[in-house]
Design a protein around this ligand. Structure first.
Ligand SMILES: NC(=[NH2+])NCCC[C@H](N)C(=O)O
Length: 315
């Protein structure tokens, strides 16, 4: 009797069973949210992490900072960054508090990267940042952003090493922060997603691919002269980008003029105090909004590094 009744029930595939037919990609926007397939389409959602007492360290070099930071000034600048996003109509998510916060956890761009169908969680390369990805995973999960992959084994990867050139093409920098093991794991995921991943080698003494090239519009990339990998420039051009090289490396170096986030096609949020580079961006037809980064940049990053991109419009 029991058998006969279970056999025909919905739970066992009998009458009343309703098959899930929508694919994961179709469930983004309903069950799940988030995703990008470009670096320049309208920005919708970012993840930020307001700095706390963890950034005021004894040994700034060991903490991967360039100079000691003033906490109050850093927090004020960070609040202005969040306000700049909100004023631009961008939703701001925040990383939850943790018991033992580490000094670089505010650099959200390094802790994950989005694909069109969900996030790849980072596995930071130094012991100083190890584990920052855990709170990032919590923040993403709380916001219903799917995590497609966490990295395993000896892989190290930081999100600022991966950039989207178009919906089927991503580029990843191999260097201090992202190693070959990570590239292999990410390439397998990309293959599943129908995305070509090109790895480029970065010069010794540099940090992330983000620090060498940025994309400001559908067909406009900004690159650091002599530092951007040759293969990256070739690939950008092949994909139809004009590659404009920064006119003044010293200004860019001192004040992180390249460390911007594209808010919408041809519109960027950049660190304030870069008048020369700003004028040059104006000349390229880019609309610029500035936000101060005079204190935060002492931690070796600026707008781009502090901003985890969660969602943009997609093609
Ligand atoms: N995407 C970036 N450039 N992030 C900057 C991170 C800076 C941080 N002090 C670190 O060494 O990890």
């Amino acid at each position: 009797m029991a058998d006969a009744s279970t056999f025909n029930s919905a739970a066992y595939g009998g009458s009343g069973w309703s098959q899930r037919t929508a694919g994961h990609d179709q469930e983004i926007g309903s069950l799940w949210r988030g995703g990008i397939d470009s670096e320049w389409r309208q920005l919708r959602t970012v993840l930020l992490c307001r700095p706390g007492a963890e950034i005021a360290v004894n040994d700034f070099n060991a903490a991967q900072q360039l100079e000691a930071l003033d906490l109050v000034r850093a927090q004020e600048e960070h609040d202005q960054l969040a306000a700049a996003y909100r004023n631009a109509g961008v939703e701001v998510l925040t990383t939850p508090a943790t018991e033992a916060p580490t000094p670089n956890r505010m650099f959200c761009a390094d802790l994950f990267v989005m694909t069109p169908q969900g996030a790849i969680l980072a596995r930071p390369a130094s012991t100083v940042r190890a584990g920052e990805e855990v709170a990032t995973a919590q923040a993403l999960a709380a916001a219903r952003v799917p995590i497609l992959r966490t990295l395993t084994g000896s892989a190290t990867f930081e999100g600022a090493d991966l950039l989207w050139l178009d919906a089927e093409t991503a580029i990843i920098g191999r260097g201090l922060r992202t190693n070959q093991a990570a590239i292999e794991q990410i390439a397998r995921l990309c293959a599943d997603l129908g995305v070509n991943l090109t790895a480029v080698d970065m010069p010794f003494g540099t940090m992330h691919l983000m620090g060498m090239m940025r994309i400001a519009d559908r067909n406009l990339a900004i690159a650091w002269p002599r530092r951007t990998p040759h293969a990256a420039v070739m690939l950008l051009r092949e994909k139809g980008y004009r590659v404009a090289f920064l006119p003044d490396e010293d200004a860019a170096q001192a004040n992180r003029a390249l460390n911007f986030v594209t808010l919408a096609p041809g519109k960027i949020l950049m660190p304030g105090g870069n008048d020369l580079t700003r004028e040059w961006y104006d000349g390229l037809g880019i609309e610029v909004i500035e936000t101060p980064m005079f204190e935060l940049r002492k931690a070796a990053g600026a707008v781009g590094c502090l901003t985890g991109i969660v969602e943009r419009d997609t093609a």
